[in-house]
Design a protein around this ligand. Structure first.
Ligand code: PAF
Length: 277
């Protein structure tokens, strides 16, 4: 496995355009990322993983500075998962000048849910992913369903810009108890780690409640938030949405494939999760 730090070195090392599978990450890798690398491997192409903590997608009060940078450990894990190339640029390489040209995703998709609570987040994500796509020029890119709205934004971006890239969604990896693996779980205390299970459990109950009584969606969502708040969480949203556009289901969607999504703060750590149902 080769670790490259500059765009020129990466381009010189890669077999050419549309000849690799790509897994973008911000590092601090866990089993969920490695599963995405193995999924990328399944496409039968050399696999490139990027590691770059993208300042553009963090608000000033968020955890950009304390986001763990663990390149050596990440590289060992990637090698073990069969990755062929790691692209680990520094900030000067990715943003040699302030990145004033940006990708602004459709507000109907990107200014709701995460985008509502983290204004500008998906502009930062779409901009860096577009830039990584033009650098790596992959045939396939694998994104985890853990960041469900991110996956939908990237799919829409690739469609609308006619990028010749297949976007492959990877299932969320969970602990045996059901906690979605996330780099931010490392911020949780032992007590918070066991309490964190309540998020996916509440989402499951909300999905079941909706299937039993779709007409009561608003009160079921409010009740789910109340339950988490009563346990000491600060919920941002717990909501049932259509999968393709993340809009609330209408009566006609009651039996359609849907997704239940949630975001809530436990102590100082903001967790997100979702379940397709
Ligand atoms: O999901 C992530 O880790 C990031 O949002 C991504 C896609 C690597 C862009 O910085």
């Amino acid at each position: 496995m080769k670790v490259l730090h500059t765009i020129a070195d990466l381009r010189a090392a890669l077999p050419g355009p549309q000849a690799c599978a790509f897994v973008p990450t911000m590092g601090n890798l866990h089993d969920g990322h490695l599963a995405l690398v193995r999924q990328a491997k399944g496409h039968g192409l050399p696999v490139v993983a990027s590691i770059f903590v993208n300042r553009l997608q963090f608000a000033p009060h968020e955890d950009f500075d304390r986001y763990p940078r663990t390149l050596q450990r990440d590289a060992e894990l990637l090698q073990g998962a069969g990755c062929d190339f790691v692209f680990a640029p520094d900030e000067r390489e990715m943003y040699p000048q302030p990145q004033t040209f940006k990708v602004h995703p459709d507000p109907a998709l990107a200014d709701i849910l995460e985008g509502h609570f983290r204004p500008g987040f998906f502009v930062g994500v779409a901009t860096v992913v577009m830039k990584l796509f033009t650098i790596v020029q992959p045939k396939v890119a694998v994104f985890g369903k853990k960041d469900y709205q991110q996956l939908m934004v990237i799919r829409r971006m690739v469609d609308q810009f006619a990028l010749p890239i297949v976007i492959d969604g990877g299932e969320t990896r969970r602990s045996d108890q059901g906690l979605a693996l996330s780099s931010r779980n490392g911020y949780l205390s032992a007590a918070e780690l066991s309490e964190a299970l309540a998020l996916s459990q509440t989402l499951k109950q909300l999905a079941a409640g909706y299937r039993a009584n779709p007409g009561a969606l608003a009160s079921l969502e409010a009740e789910a938030s109340r339950q988490l708040a009563a346990r000491g969480w600060a919920p941002d949203y717990l909501t049932v949405r259509r999968r393709h556009d993340l809009q609330p289901p209408t009566a006609a969607d009651a039996k359609a494939p849907l997704v239940v999504l949630g975001a809530a703060k436990l102590g100082t750590t903001r967790l997100i999760d979702n379940l397709e149902f």
